[in-house]
Design a protein around this ligand. Structure first.
Ligand code: PLP
Ligand code: COI
Length: 383
């Protein structure tokens, strides 16, 4: 019998041993040697992705029997880790990705941060790690942004936040660790893809898969990315920006990309995206686009879509557009698909009009250019 897929019900297995510590106070120790202002301004002129970091980080520790403690905002610095720390051996690590935006007028906001806090705990459950109270997750993010406020770019840039948690206990036996560190770092970013708004090229991996039923595909754990790197390197060797993974059982159904969910737009205007069955990451961008598309009157279906259908529909013209989406990538048109048997264009190889329309709707909300009927945009607490 196949292992059951990762569901909320399974997630209730009592591996979450965190004690809620709602009264925790963050101790704030400002960095005494921040990056000089002129260097920061210079670095802001050409923002890439994930190479520039702010002056501070948030750190909270968890110890079995004690729960969460020692919350602090402090100078960004390396960790001192015992070489036997569990994470270095058994990869007990999870992370999140979210962005803070500076609106015209100076207001700094986050986009659906509660969704990240919730997903973080879903990932924690799957990886037998303690639950982090959502308020602590959100407070750590807010306090770090408040401390590094000048690092939130204006215009098209944003401040990418990377909350993560890892097993820090020094112990070589294989079991869930008894000590963890939760940390948030921040990085001012521009576009994820070097080509900017240009449609991206996708390599379809037919040899490597990302996740199987019962595995960790729906969790945002570092191990998923480690396992994807060889396929991503294969994609790069074929001149592609991202790799698309097919399902592990039949090697047939399109699941998602190395770091993004995927959508297909047909010539009748309808859209398909692969369903959440436990093997792909439940993207917050994906969820938001499903809502935006539905509200725009677009017929959007979560269903399995095969690589053979992708090829055939692209050839017949039935498929008009495809796009990738995620926090880092936002919404990126897919222009070309390569695979071991050749390559094909999607539509005319450019980002299509439906993709652009959905991108504009999402970005407009995130950037405060349109009103927010959903309450998705949350101002950062600066006090
Ligand atoms: N799928 C994978 C594997 C990802 O790494 C990401 C990015 O976080 C996504 C999908 C999109 O998720 P989100 O929209 O929440 O950023
Ligand atoms: C994100 O979009 O936040 C991710 O974690 C994906 C990765 C490609 C940076």
């Amino acid at each position: 019998m196949l292992a059951p897929i990762f569901t909320r019900q399974m997630a209730a297995v009592p591996v979450a041993r965190g004690k809620a510590e709602h009264d925790m106070q963050f101790e704030i120790t400002p960095n005494t040697a921040p990056l000089p202002e002129d260097q920061r301004i210079e670095a802001f002129k050409a923002l890439g992705f994930g190479t520039l970091f702010t002056d501070h980080m948030a750190v909270v520790r968890w110890t079995e029997g004690k729960g969460w403690h020692s919350a602090q905002i402090t100078a960004r610095a390396p960790f001192a880790l015992d070489p036997a720390a569990s994470v270095l051996h058994y990869a007990q690590e999870i992370f999140e990705g979210m962005k803070a935006y500076r609106h015209e007028g100076g207001r700094v906001v986050l986009f659906r941060p509660e969704e990240n806090a919730r997903r973080f705990n879903e990932s924690a459950r799957r990886m037998a790690m303690p639950q982090l109270p959502e308020e602590v997750f959100l407070e750590a993010v807010d306090k770090l942004i408040a401390q590094d406020l000048k690092w939130v770019p204006e215009g098209e840039g944003s401040l990418y936040l990377r909350p993560f948690m890892f097993a820090s206990e020094a112990f070589l036996g294989v079991r869930p660790a008894k000590e963890y560190i939760f940390c948030v770092i921040a990085s001012p970013v521009g576009p994820y893809f070097k080509g900017g708004a240009k449609a991206v090229t996708i390599w379809t991996s037919q040899g490597y898969t990302r996740a199987a039923a019962g595995g960790t595909g729906a969790a945002k754990c570092g191990g998923n990315y480690a396992a994807s790197l060889i396929a991503q390197a294969e994609a790069a060797a074929h001149g592609c920006d991202q790799v698309a993974f097919l399902d592990a059982r039949e090697n047939r159904w399109i699941e998602e990309l190395g770091g993004m969910n995927v959508f297909f737009v047909f010539k009748d205007g309808s859209i398909i995206t692969p369903p959440l069955q436990g093997t792909i990451l439940p993207g917050i961008t994906r969820k938001s686009l499903l809502q935006l598309a539905q509200d725009a009157g677009i017929t959007i279906t979560e269903r399995l879509y095969s690589f053979d259908e992708w090829k055939a529909d692209a050839a017949s013209g039935n498929l008009a557009e495809a796009f990738a989406c995620g926090t880092a990538a936002v919404v990126a048109g897919i222009g070309k698909v390569k695979h071991t048997g050749g390559e094909f264009l999607v539509g005319d190889g450019q980002t299509g009009p439906v993709t652009l329309r959905l991108r504009e709707a999402l970005v407009g909300l995130q950037r405060g250019q349109t009103n927010d009927p959903y309450g998705w945009v949350r101002p950062v607490e600066l006090a």
